[in-house]
Write a protein that binds this ligand. Structure first.
Ligand code: GLG
Length: 796
């Protein structure tokens, strides 16, 4: 690729010529009559043409080598234009070229819809891994679903979340190639459809590697059933087409919480079946002399991203046995050597189980196969003398429920968690019974983020500064090099520069927020940001309750020493998650009340970002002073937003949870703000915990909680605030009050905010802490993570 970059650099005229030609060809218009959207799509074409050769070469070169396959129901890619230009090494050049013909790159960029084919961290992690694998020259292909509708667009109307469709490809898709000839037939019990692959190139960073993300789209097996047409049953023909297309029509908008719907299992089986067929078919084509499949695991390792793609396990067995005549036991042995499983959460409501009848309705043969595996497993345990009771936790099928995680653990070479603490909880608790009998399978792979998107592309100022200070841009390939920045810790001029960069980024964000949200914010204030999916365990309501109390205190005591602060929150709630939606309404209502109050609005501002998404994140992370990572200890498996903030020089205000702990370890606890109870403490008080006691003993807590029902805040008769109130202090119907320990951690949280507020004015010390964080963020590169998977699990 280096060569290709040179070619483009040397041949600017050719690039321009091609671009204009493409633009006119796809629009049938003269240049001056084309729209910005046309200009965007023509640019995609011009870049895709340049990638094509390398892409084919990479596909050909790796036909007969071992590859990793990342199976995931979600790939939260976001936009591709800027990132692809960065990875091709021609970002600046193309910007300049466009400038010469009066095209503003940024406005063109805005015509790209985010590919929001994921909900949150799990899907974004998959996208970061794609970038890192290519950048580290690891042959890893992604397999997933091409949802026609990505994650819903969030509108805020009168403070409430309203969901709108996200038909992201309605105007076209500049980054995919439809590979019709690789289509597969997927059979369900009641329906047969065609799976058509759309391939997206995944570019390595300036290294010539192009991996493939293959996303399957569901289409009717035959475009129209002509027998219906002949009988004048047009409706029936259209119905069949719709039924086929329904399967990949929409991404399920639930992060964490699973939804046991037939269509969801259909989606899972659809992409897993097509992907497995693809691998087996290619194996037969390129490895003719080994049709016994004994060597299949030598060339394939399939990483299962959470429980969603686990149905690929029985599907591989089915294809081997039913379609290739392999004996069942051998098929099981081959399969066992092929899969590896990643768990992303310990929340019970996320561990997928499928009722037997749903599986029978979707893919009955898979149920047969799972049942056989389960019978064998139970038999083996009995032979070892285990009682029925002792066997129970291991059963894959129990009370007609199929426990997908158990299936994956039995059938995988590896089981991993996504941060140290998370893996420890898996071993000690969630999967302890398994860990006891197969400890060698369990391992940790702390998550990471790609520095290309999350720094090089989105924070150009800081990126240039780093290159300047380190004297080269090697750090973009090896993020550990950031450590060398520590030599500037006592350099006042450099520290001043750090503050200046942050300030410029904050001004950019303030402009953008004014444009998007119509709220004026002050770049001289502290930017305190919490952006992530809305969930009780992430405790956005702790943040908001604290803001309410702070507001009251400032109002009561206007002369109180207080550094102006802007609290920014953003995130989507699952459409069916009432309490999460209540938290959004609360954030918006608190923002409304505070922002219009002339007594405080010079000191305090609250912004709820509408429609938080990857491309909005790219503007928020670079501008943060404080990164709010305040989940209940033990609940956030890792978090990855925390890493993006750190890399961009924000200090973490966080609990001892997930990867926060490792951030504190690397950057030093003294350079971040830690608060709240640890897991062990919470475990020991769980049964005796009484939130009411905290409520009565602490007047600030009472003040904040009471305001939910005092009438000061208006929830438009939705009873949403009452619901939050009750959830905190009144146990209801089996649900304990305050099961996420907000009130327990409140006082500590308030204190740490006071500390931040005081220490922020010492700008030099603050900059030094920021630099300490940046310099130690190298470990959190997904390059490191993916190399660990490759070395420890995939052996490639
Ligand atoms: C999960 C977890 C996050 C984790 C992410 C990626 O909740 O803590 O960082 O996966 O491993 N559902 C998720 O987003």
């Amino acid at each position: 690729m280096k060569e290709e970059i040179m070619k483009i650099k040397l041949n600017k005229n050719k690039f321009m010529e091609d671009y204009i030609e493409n633009l006119q060809r796809i629009t049938l218009k003269n240049f001056e009559d084309t729209s910005d959207k046309d200009k965007y799509f023509a640019l995609c074409d011009t870049i895709m043409e340049r990638i094509n050769q390398e892409w084919r070469d990479c596909k050909n070169k790796t036909k007969k080598t071992k590859k990793a396959y990342y199976f995931s129901a979600e790939f939260l890619v976001g936009r591709s234009l800027g990132n692809n230009l960065i990875n091709l090494g021609i970002y600046d050049e193309v910007k300049e070229l466009l400038d010469e013909i009066d095209i503003d790159f940024e406005s063109i960029e805005n015509f790209e819809d985010d590919a929001a084919l994921g909900n949150g961290g799990l899907g974004r992690l998959a996208a970061c891994f794609m970038d890192s694998a290519a950048s580290q020259k690891i042959d890893m292909y992604g397999y997933g679903v091409r949802y026609r509708e990505g994650l819903f667009k969030q509108k805020i109307e009168n403070g409430f979340q309203v969901e709108e469709g996200d038909h992201w490809i309605k105007d076209g898709d500049g980054w995919s190639i439809r590979v019709e000839s690789d289509s597969k037939i997927v059979k369900f019990r009641d329906q047969t459809v065609k799976a058509v692959p759309y391939d997206m190139p995944m570019l390595g960073f300036e290294n010539g590697q192009v991996n493939t993300l293959r996303l399957w789209q569901s289409e009717p097996f035959e475009e129209f059933d002509f027998s219906y047409f002949n009988n004048f049953q047009y409706d029936k023909a259209v119905e069949e087409k719709n039924r086929a297309e329904d399967i990949t029509r929409v991404l399920y908008p639930n992060d964490i919480q699973r939804e046991g719907k037939v269509l969801r299992l259909k989606q899972q089986y659809f992409f897993c079946s097509a992907s497995i067929q693809d691998l087996v078919e290619k194996y037969k084509k390129y490895f003719e002399n080994d049709l016994q499949f004994e060597n299949f695991p030598k060339y394939h390792v399939i990483q299962l991203n959470d429980t969603h793609p686990i149905v690929a396990i029985p599907e591989l067995i089915r294809v081997l046995v039913d379609e290739n005549g392999i004996d069942f036991d051998r098929a099981v042995e081959i399969t066992k050597k092929t899969f590896a499983f990643t768990n992303h959460t310990v929340l019970q409501e996320a561990l997928e189980t499928w009722p037997k009848d749903i599986m029978l309705e979707v893919c009955p043969r898979c149920f047969d196969i799972i049942e056989k595996i389960n019978d064998k497993l139970v038999e083996d345990f009995k032979a070892k003398g285990l009682s029925e009771e002792a066997i129970d936790p291991y059963r894959i099928i129990r009370y007609d429920q199929i426990r997908m995680a158990n299936l994956a653990i039995v059938m995988s070479i590896s089981v991993n968690g996504v941060a140290k603490l998370h893996t420890k909880i898996l071993k000690d608790d969630t999967f302890n019974h398994w860990y006891k009998i197969m400890p060698e399978k369990f391992n940790n792979k702390t998550n990471g983020i790609t520095p290309r998107r999350w720094l090089v592309y989105s924070n150009i100022r800081l990126s240039n500064f780093i290159t300047d200070k380190l004297g080269s841009d090697d750090w973009k390939y090896d993020l550990n090099k950031l450590k060398e920045l520590e030599k500037y810790l006592e350099d006042d001029k450099v520290l001043e520069e750090i503050n200046q960069i942050k300030y410029e980024n904050k001004k950019d964000l303030a402009r953008y927020i004014l444009e998007q949200e119509n709220i004026v914010i002050n770049p001289d204030s502290i930017f305190d940001i919490q952006i992530k999916r809305i969930h009780e365990y992430k405790r956005q309501h702790l943040n908001i309750l604290h803001i309410i109390n702070l507001y009251h205190r400032i109002k009561k005591n206007p002369d109180m020493n207080f550094y102006p602060t802007t609290f920014i929150l953003g995130g989507k709630a699952a459409p069916g998650y009432f309490r999460a939606k209540a938290i959004i309404k609360l954030a918006n209502e608190v923002a409304r009340v505070i922002n219009k109050d002339p007594d405080v609005n010079k000191k305090l501002k609250v912004v709820f970002i509408e429609n938080y998404r990857v491309s909005y994140g790219e503007k928020l992370f670079p501008a943060a002073d404080i990164s709010e990572q305040i989940s209940t200890a033990g609940k956030e498996a890792s978090g990855t937003g925390n890493m993006k903030f750190m890399l961009n020089g924000a200090l973490t205000l966080g609990t001892y949870d997930g990867a926060n702990i490792e951030i504190f370890e690397k950057a030093g606890v003294e350079n971040n703000y830690i608060f709240g109870a640890k897991v062990e403490e919470l475990n020991s008080i769980r049964d005796s915990y009484s939130p009411k006691e905290y409520y009565h003993k602490n007047s600030d807590i009472k003040d904040a909680v009471d305001s939910l029902v005092s009438g000061e805040l208006n929830d438009d008769n939705s009873y949403m605030f009452l619901d939050i109130y009750n959830s905190l202090i009144n146990p209801q119907g089996g649900e304990k009050a305050d099961s996420y320990f907000l009130l327990k951690d409140f006082e500590d949280y308030k204190k740490v905010h006071e500390k931040i507020n005081e220490e922020y004015s010492d700008r030099k010390t603050w900059a030094r802490k920021a630099l300490k964080n940046i310099a130690n963020a190298g470990y959190f590169s997904s390059d490191r993570t993916i190399l660990e998977y490759a070395k420890d699990i995939w052996k490639i």
